[in-house]
Design a protein around this ligand. Structure first.
Ligand SMILES: NC(=O)c1ccc[n+]([C@@H]2O[C@H](COP(=O)([O-])OP(=O)(O)OC[C@H]3O[C@@H](n4cnc5c(N)ncnc54)[C@H](O)[C@@H]3O)[C@@H](O)[C@H]2O)c1
Length: 340
């Protein structure tokens, strides 16, 4: 649908400039997306990013307490006519303190023609979906024949990573998982194992995961302090590491000595480095994840390369998925239309 036709279609259901569609977490979840849909949308956002067909300033943030952040994440992706802003919060102590997720947030989707807001929606589910989609697409581009996958952190992201990764790594036989909380690991197995064929194996130590897996991801906590849980000597050539939590979980030497250090956004990583998240310095960046997906930069060139591909999260993915959530919800009469 071209832009004018899309706007006419929206206007039949929503009076742009006078109304907006409000979508709760339940509304967003119930729009009927399959994992394949999220992968396709996220891939289009990453390729647009790789081709430099986007506008997305690096996240700005506020930090009311040490170790928490709020990020303002605007983006415009012309090819999807998607423009908007995610306002996301990360409070690592939320689960223990308030029984709330550590990541929460809202997403505004705008009309690119008039600028008016079209929708305000919960961003928790979109974040929980597009993040494993990025990891899984990067895994397919960098290590398509992997039979083993390791997941550090078995919370919201850990669960979704195990669900998504089997869609892009068709040869996957075993998934090794590790979390400091055993009950969280058990919950991941209980939730995901009935849905997938690959065997999920709980481990008691991170070393077993690091020594057993070709491809690994981590979604634990993002801290300026380097936890260095995974040691360099546990790793070998040929592995692919896809952290969602910057450098926190991994010995910083791993990214520095890797054959390739790829990032979703060089600008975002440089910003985090200026804020102090890479106390030992930002490793040299080979290229961006989207450039690999768009075939503009090489991914894995040799079987024994150690590759780290750090994806800290990009608003281009949020607005592309969010725009489609808005379209589907409007089409299905979901959510509440509110006056502006
Ligand atoms: N890159 C992105 O786009 C993106 C998007 C969303 C979230 N994140 C980040 O991913 C991380 C996880 O988010 P979530 O929503 O899944 O949180 P969550 O609280 O649901 O899960 C985090 C899990 O990590 C475990 N954990 C914490 N420290 C650990 C350690 N030292 N060793 C092993 N396990 C440990 C916790 O027990 C918990 O189960 C956060 O840091 C968040 O900021 C990144």
């Amino acid at each position: 649908m071209d832009r004018a036709a899309e706007r006419d279609w929206i206007m039949k259901k929503l009076n742009i400039g006078k109304e907006l569609l409000y979508l709760t977490l339940a509304d967003v979840k119930n729009t009927g997306f399959l994992i394949e849909d999220i992968l396709t949308l996220t891939q289009s956002a990453l390729i647009a990013h790789g081709k430099k067909e986007y506008e997305m300033p690096a996240k700005i943030g506020v930090h009311p307490y040490e170790e928490v952040f709020y990020h303002a994440m605007p983006a415009y992706v012309p090819s999807r006519n998607a423009v908007g802003l995610k306002w996301i919060e990360c409070y690592p102590s939320n689960p223990s303190r308030f029984n709330l997720p550590q990541t929460t947030g809202l997403l505004v989707i705008n009309d690119a023609e008039s600028g008016c807001p079209l929708a305000l929606m919960d961003a928790t589910w979109i974040t929980a979906m597009r993040t494993p989609a990025v990891t899984s697409l990067a895994a397919r581009a960098l290590h398509p024949d992997a039979e083993t996958f390791g997941m550090f952190g078995c919370g919201v992201q850990g669960i979704e990573h195990c669900r998504f990764i089997v869609h892009t790594l068709p040869n996957l036989q075993k998934i090794y998982v590790y979390d400091i909380k055993e009950e969280i690991m058990d919950n991941l197995v209980k939730t995901v194992q009935p849905e997938i064929k690959a065997e999920i194996i709980c481990t008691k130590d991170p070393e077993t995961v690091a020594r057993s897996c070709e491809v690994m991801s981590s979604a634990t906590v993002i801290l300026q302090e380097q936890l260095s849980v995974v040691k360099d000597e546990w790793l070998s050539g040929g592995q692919t590491i896809l952290p969602c939590d910057l450098n926190t979980f991994w010995d910083p030497i791993i990214s520095r000595r890797a054959d390739k250090y790829i990032v979703d956004s060089a600008e975002e990583h440089q910003l985090f480095a200026r804020m102090g998240y890479f106390p030992d310095g930002l490793p040299e960046i080979a290229c961006e994840t989207g450039e690999v997906l768009a075939n503009l930069s090489p991914g894995r060139e040799k079987p024994d390369e150690l590759i780290v591909c750090s994806n800290i999260g990009m608003a281009v993915c949020d607005v592309v998925v969010g725009k489609e959530v808005f379209r589907r919800a409007l089409d299905q009469g979901m959510g509440r239309i509110l006056p502006l």
